[in-house]
Design a protein around this ligand. Structure first.
Ligand SMILES: C[S@@+](CC[C@H](N)C(=O)[O-])C[C@H]1O[C@@H](n2cnc3c(N)ncnc32)[C@H](O)[C@@H]1O
Length: 222
């Protein structure tokens, strides 16, 4: 079960216009190599949100080959972007790719398990000033751990930060977890359901759920 009908998806994707030719090429290259990257619809929502919010410090969980990190850096010419991935090959590829891009100097790459890296960032921040807190976070890795991530992210973000979680509808399996493919993802489905219940119960958070792409949760403190 797809979140939306394929024909509708094609129609919506037809409106996608890359920010520039470099991002166009990066998307084409990732798609042709089967490298995971944000869907066009997801990019459209992020673009709208970033245009309104104009964050200064962006934190991303899940770099892959760095498409979205570069998108953040290009969208926000004054922002610092930190991106985390546990796979050293992914980080090395992204670093290599961006060595010649002017935006590359504003992207900080961290290799490691997202949870452990978040803990390190929290420790580092405890000894530094509040100016280092992030005001925009994009979670796009390890779908079973969103709740654990959120707990730490709340410690390292500003009061008015936006936290955007990708893939929260898991191709629709979140409501209909039947079939062979869904069964293979049952752990993710179970934990994502728990995460959605958790953020729904949290009265101190403002949560917006969108069906765009593979489903997005946009979270902000009230
Ligand atoms: C969907 S891809 C990220 C795509 C990227 N945000 C983009 O749009 O270009 C997810 C990435 O998360 C990484 N990942 C998965 N589990 C992780 C974990 N527990 N800690 C850190 N990175 C993880 C994978 O190695 C993969 O590169």
């Amino acid at each position: 079960m797809a979140v939306i009908d394929e024909k509708l998806k094609d129609l919506i994707d037809g409106f996608h216009e890359p920010l520039d030719d470099e991002l166009r090429e990066l998307r084409e290259s990732d798609e042709s190599e089967g490298v995971p990257l944000i869907m066009r619809e997801t990019e459209a929502v992020l673009r709208l949100l970033l245009g309104f919010v104009k964050p200064r410090r962006v934190l991303e969980l899940g770099t892959a080959h760095g498409y979205s990190a570069m998108f953040f850096a290009k969208m926000l010419p004054d922002a610092h972007v930190t991106t985390i991935d546990r796979n050293p090959y992914m980080i090395d590829t992204a670093k290599e790719r961006f060595a010649s891009y002017s935006e590359g100097s504003r992207i900080e790459f961290r290799t490691g398990e997202a949870l452990e890296t978040l803990e390190s960032i929290r420790d580092e921040m405890a000894a530094s000033d509040d100016a280092l807190r992030y005001d925009f976070v994009f979670i796009d890795a390890a779908k079973s751990h969103y709740k654990d991530f959120l707990e730490i992210i709340e410690d390292i973000t500003t009061d008015n930060a936006y936290i955007v979680c990708d893939n929260i509808l898991l191709k629709g399996w979140i409501v209909e977890g039947e079939g062979k493919e869904a069964k293979r993802h049952r752990t993710n489905i179970k934990y994502m359901r728990q995460f959605l219940e958790y953020i729904k119960e949290r009265q101190d958070l403002e949560v917006t759920i969108l069906s765009s792409g593979d489903g997005l949760a946009i979270i902000k403190r009230k």
